[in-house]
Ligand binder design. Structure first.
Ligand code: KDG
Length: 365
């Protein structure tokens, strides 16, 4: 099916609302969520669920992530550990590692395939060379509101993607939230694409992200997350883009003066297990890990969303100049990036893009 309508107007049409109203609704929903933001991380929940009997053998799993110990991602990992060890019958333990201690995203995925690491939870973006369908999540402004991403990831499309990613030595058992990405830089206060001219922006190792920042007029540089803070500190790059929780937990405000709330891409985390380890587990423990991954993802979303307003305030208090775009300014970024949809539609698959847009814009039942 050839879509002739403009991507974002198309989204508005499907949502049955005028284009500007859709953008305003998205902005208001962020404000609404932010207005009720907690001032600190929500407490780690009590563990619910029956005790799970294993096969009498002992299993220890190392779970490595790229973000720091103060990130929402690590808080989710602490909850995952609590669930597995409290619901397991004492024969399964979790060792939690942060800040890429055991390798960055791509190194961790390779270690799972080799069987030298048991679990990790990377962004989908650096994995598109292994799973091209993940590139759909890198399309700009795909999800107008967080609930739209939840509906897709928790529904048939998300389940299908987990099944497809359960290959190549990996077992994909759940989704979690990295979140909506925001721009930071050390050069200028950015409020329109022309402000980006000549700025060196670090991107994830992902071709769509490179296209996004080239199209906006910047000079993009792909780099692993583990190298990013040093690259910013040494002015190897001028800026980067990540969710608020990452900007704060990775202390980017110490090496970046400006931030712009662009919400230009929503990035999920995908929770992965080494297939070699998985196949050694009794089925009862496999089911326990699946349930713990689902609970971790839901909790991580809550932590990520409930803290964004407080984090923005903390960053401003630390001296960062934060630019909040008007709906009209957001529309300029969206319209400038429309060619990225056209460039990538055939490579990603028009049917997948349309099914995600339909699911994302469907009213909550
Ligand atoms: O553990 C996840 C991080 O390593 C990374 O994926 C975070 O969004 C990210 C980035 O910019 O690399």
């Amino acid at each position: 099916m050839k879509t002739t309508a403009l991507p974002f107007s198309h989204l508005a049409q499907r949502a049955g609302r005028p284009f500007a109203a859709l953008v305003t609704a998205a902005a208001m929903s962020f404000t609404a969520v932010a207005a009720h933001a907690a001032t600190e991380m929500p407490p780690i929940p009590e563990v619910q669920g029956d005790v799970v009997e294993g096969d009498g053998n002992d299993y220890n799993l190392k779970f490595n992530i790229g973000l720091t110990q103060s990130s929402a991602q690590y808080r989710g990992l602490e909850y995952f550990k609590k669930i597995v060890e409290e619901r397991g019958d004492g024969h399964i333990t979790v060792e939690a590692f942060h800040s890429a201690q055991l390798g960055d995203d791509l190194q961790s995925v390779s270690a799972l395939q080799a069987g030298t690491l048991e679990m990790t939870a990377p962004s989908t973006s650096p994995m598109v060379s292994m799973f091209p369908q993940f590139a759909v999540f890198d399309l700009p402004f795909l999800f107008p509101q967080p609930e739209d991403a939840d509906r897709v990831l928790d529904g048939e499309i998300g389940q299908q993607m987990l099944e497809e990613a359960s290959s190549k030595g990996l077992v994909a058992i759940g989704w979690a939230e990295n979140g909506y990405r925001q721009l930071t830089d050390s050069g200028v206060a950015v409020s329109e694409p022309s402000d980006l001219e000549g700025l060196k922006i670090r991107t994830m190792q992902n071709p769509i992200h490179l296209d996004i920042w080239r199209t906006l007029g910047a000079n993009p540089t792909p780099m692993s997350f583990a190298e990013l803070f040093t690259a910013l500190e040494q002015n190897v790059v001028d800026g980067q883009e990540n969710p608020w929780n990452t900007i704060k937990s990775s202390r980017f405000n110490e090496v970046q003066q400006y931030a712009t709330e662009t919400n230009h891409v929503y990035t999920p985390f995908i929770t992965l297990v080494s297939e070699r380890f998985w196949n050694r587990l009794p089925e009862s423990y496999q089911q326990l890990l699946r349930e713990a991954a689902t609970d971790m993802g839901e909790y991580e979303r809550e932590v990520s969303r409930s803290m964004s307003d407080q984090i923005k305030q903390d960053l401003a208090d630390s001296g960062m100049e934060i630019t909040t775009l008007t709906p009209e300014q957001v529309a300029v970024f969206q319209e400038t990036l429309e060619p990225v949809y056209a460039q990538w539609r055939d490579k990603i698959g028009g049917d997948l893009i349309d099914s995600i847009r339909d699911e994302a814009s469907a009213e909550q039942q």
